[in-house]
Design a protein around this ligand. Structure first.
Ligand code: NDP
Length: 244
């Protein structure tokens, strides 16, 4: 099945890595639903940019962690564009603090947004993908929680390690139906999330620089493509050698 008959939903697509993923998928011919939570101005700007470049995109508002969000976001994307052929679980937050001081709210918010919401969206999206015998799920994880550990990120690390484990578990469940489920694990990427990074942090990166959102997006675009049909359950690390 040609991917053009289906669309891609990118969560948290209004800025940072998500916006770059939306642009990259659109450039590959995917009609893209650009989900945003609070970026009322930013998401339409990403959409306008895609349309100006000859692509197809629509903004889809909604907090991925809200009750019923998975059903609502997917239905809205399908109503405006086409059945979901690719889901990119990119929306993510951090709420850092040493474990002894970490409040339940900060724990729950990060796990809900980064992991539980990704599960609910995947569960819902994969139903149609299985029926069509074609689908792509790409989860944006992190090197934190898999190969690296940062003090003060117990909640974030647990959410991202959980995302990698979930990726593998669902991948083996749906592999025979033509649906792939993979993760991309970025290192330090220059976005608002890492705006407070010190130069010292970057000295630990063998490439001696932060990554660009487009460099993460290129991996997502590949994993969403037909060429990546035999890759599933994998985590592609994009970190300038940080975890090598
Ligand atoms: P940003 O903080 O720049 O952007 C995060 C995006 O997620 C925003 O568009 C934000 O929307 C959206 N978002 C957050 N919570 C929700 C929600 N509940 N519902 C819908 N959208 C939401 O982060 P990055 O671009 O840097 O990160 C993108 C992903 O990549 C995250 O999952 C992050 O954990 C991961 N990552 C980032 C790394 C980095 O170095 N930057 C490294 C490793 C992983 P809003 O504007 O409404 O807040």
């Amino acid at each position: 099945m040609a991917t053009r008959e289906t669309c891609a939903l990118v969560t948290g697509g209004s800025r940072g890595i998500g916006a770059a993923i939306a642009r990259a998928l659109a450039a590959d011919g995917w009609p893209v639903a650009v989900n945003f939570r609070s970026g009322e101005a930013a998401a339409p700007a990403v959409v306008d940019e895609i349309v100006a470049a000859g692509g197809t995109a629509v903004p889809v508002a909604g907090d991925v962690s809200a009750p019923g969000a998975a059903e609502q976001l997917l239905a809205e994307a399908e109503r405006q564009l086409a059945p979901i052929g690719a889901l990119v679980n990119n929306a993510g937050v951090n709420a850092d603090g040493l474990a002894l001081q970490l409040e339940d709210d900060d724990w729950n918010r990060v796990i809900e947004t980064n992991l539980s919401a990704a599960f609910r969206l995947t569960r819902q999206a994969v139903r149609g993908m299985i029926r069509r015998r074609h689908g792509r799920v790409v989860n944006i994880a992190s090197v934190v929680g898999t190969t690296l550990t940062n003090p003060g990120q117990a909640n974030y690390a647990a959410s991202k390690a959980g995302l990698v484990a979930m990726t593998k578990a669902i991948a083996v469940e749906v592999a025979r139906r033509g649906v792939t489920v993979n993760a991309v694990a970025p290192g330090f990427i220059a976005t608002e999330m890492t705006a407070e990074l010190t130069t010292g942090t970057l000295e630990a990166v063998p490439a001696r620089r932060a990554g660009r959102p487009e460099e993460v997006a290129a991996s997502v675009r590949f994993l969403a493509s037909d060429e990546a049909a035999y890759i599933t359950g994998a985590t592609l690390v994009v970190d300038g050698g940080l975890s090598a």
